[in-house]
Design a protein around this ligand. Structure first.
Ligand code: SF4
Length: 287
């Protein structure tokens, strides 16, 4: 008989189980689980399942609006930039114990930034979040509405999915570091302009150099483009390890895209397994 769970725990478990199921993972637990409870959680509806979708195929008014911008990003995933500005030189290694302070220096340097046009629509600047000495760092494109409101990266629906992806890797969100190419929300969630990315991305490079993750994961084409300094279709970048700023880069889909096309979750999981291999993490189901 299924145990009673509080609603927050239940919701988190439902999301986790659905994510695993989408990946085709059903037999990976190393200790006995309440199979009736797992089955019950997996079968309960989620906000983005078809019965909640309107004629547009989107789940809610809010999501509907934000997804229009995401749609345009997905249809044209590589920004039409003519050139990329080279990343600054890689700095000296910051001792792990000093990385939080080093990140704070970068944050202080950014200040109440007005260096590019994105500051005009900003509610909160989204610097980054997580373990300053993380072995794994995710890089996204820029803040969305939820992130702009809270000042934290990946806290909306896409963030919930990213949390599930991190958990599927056997990690906690607090164990990774997360940042974006631009730190202020582009209007309507559009792709950052060349000028905006060029102005803001040096701060990201400094964050990467301080955190010095063993593995970087670029979430989506914009992050991959700025990290690699070149335009390539996402398909040509996925499935292999790139070298960036003295670390290893894996490229995968943006969680917002995975929400729009859940069939690609298995592909994303394959990418994350490459990251896990590089980190020495075991995949679920492997002893
Ligand atoms: S996006 Fe970056 S460079 Fe532009 S205003 Fe915000 S912090 Fe400054």
């Amino acid at each position: 008989m299924a145990r009673q769970l509080d609603s927050a725990t239940r919701e988190a478990l439902q999301a986790r189980v659905r994510f695993y199921r989408d990946l085709g993972l059903t037999e990976f637990y190393r200790r006995p689980v309440d199979s009736a409870l797992m089955e019950q959680l997996a079968s309960e509806p989620e906000p983005f399942q078809s019965q909640n979708l309107g004629a547009s195929g989107l789940a809610s008014e809010t999501w509907n609006q934000s997804s229009k911008s995401i749609d345009s990003r997905v249809e044209n995933p590589i920004p039409s930039r003519k050139h990329m500005i080279a990343a600054p030189e890689i700095g000296t290694v910051v001792p792990a114990a000093e990385r939080a302070a080093a990140l704070q220096i970068i944050r202080d340097d950014i200040g109440d930034c007005t260096r590019c046009a994105l500051h005009t629509g900003r509610n909160k600047l989204v610097f980054g979040d997580g373990d300053p000495a993380a072995r794994l760092m995710f890089v996204g494109e820029g803040p969305g509405a939820d992130e702009d409101a809270q000042g934290l990266p990946f806290v909306g629906k896409a963030g919930q999915l990213l949390n599930n992806m991190i958990a599927a890797m056997g990690l906690k969100r607090e164990e990774v570091y997360i940042a974006n190419v631009v730190k202020c929300r582009p209007p309507g969630n559009r792709v950052p302009e060349q000028e905006e990315g060029a102005t803001c991305s040096p701060f990201l490079f400094r964050q990467i150099d301080v955190v010095r993750p063993k593995v970087l994961v670029a979430l989506g084409a914009t992050a991959a483009t700025w990290l690699l300094g070149k335009h390539q279709p996402l398909a040509g970048l996925r499935g292999r390890v790139h070298a960036v700023r003295g670390t290893q880069l894996i490229v995968t889909y943006h969680p917002a895209y995975l929400l729009r096309d859940p069939r690609q979750k298995k592909e994303a999981w394959a990418d994350l397994q490459i990251a896990m291999r590089e980190l020495g993490l075991k995949s679920p189901g492997r002893s």
